[in-house]
Design a protein around this ligand. Structure first.
Ligand code: ZN
Ligand code: ZN
Length: 121
């Protein structure tokens, strides 16, 4: 997953080395997702290997490193998972959907609160 420029400063300065070590040494080039992605298309550990055709789609696997708590500042090993793009995307999609829902809830609550506070309402 490419790092967005506005988030780059949140990553440790040695992120490239950390990411490489997780993908090549710890994961040995294989996706480390054991279902955390929630897409339910693989049981047990995801079979995708970096550079190999992905199961299902056959497109080339690009191994990435995901932050389990979606916080780049937390780049310690326990919070990191090597993930193929399919797992990583799905993992982040869930998170983004949650974030959007929370934002929407907050906006609705804020509106309700404003309406209650507004004597003209
Ligand atoms: Zn995977
Ligand atoms: Zn997965």
């Amino acid at each position: 997953m490419p790092i967005r420029p506005e988030n780059r400063h949140r990553y440790p300065s040695n992120w490239k080395a950390i990411s490489l070590r997780i993908r090549t040494v710890r994961a040995a080039g294989r996706c480390e997702c054991h279902g955390e992605c929630g897409r339910g298309t693989h049981t047990g550990r995801c079979p995708n290997h970096n550079g190999a055709p992905a199961y299902g789609t056959g497109s080339k696997v690009v191994l990435t490193v995901a932050h389990l708590d979606h916080t780049p500042e937390h780049s310690h090993d326990a919070n990191l998972r090597a993930m193929c793009q399919g797992c990583h995307l799905h993992y982040d999609l869930d998170h983004h959907a949650e974030t959007r829902a929370a934002t929407r809830r907050a906006a609705i609550q804020a509106t309700g609160q404003l309406a209650l506070d507004d004597p003209a309402a």
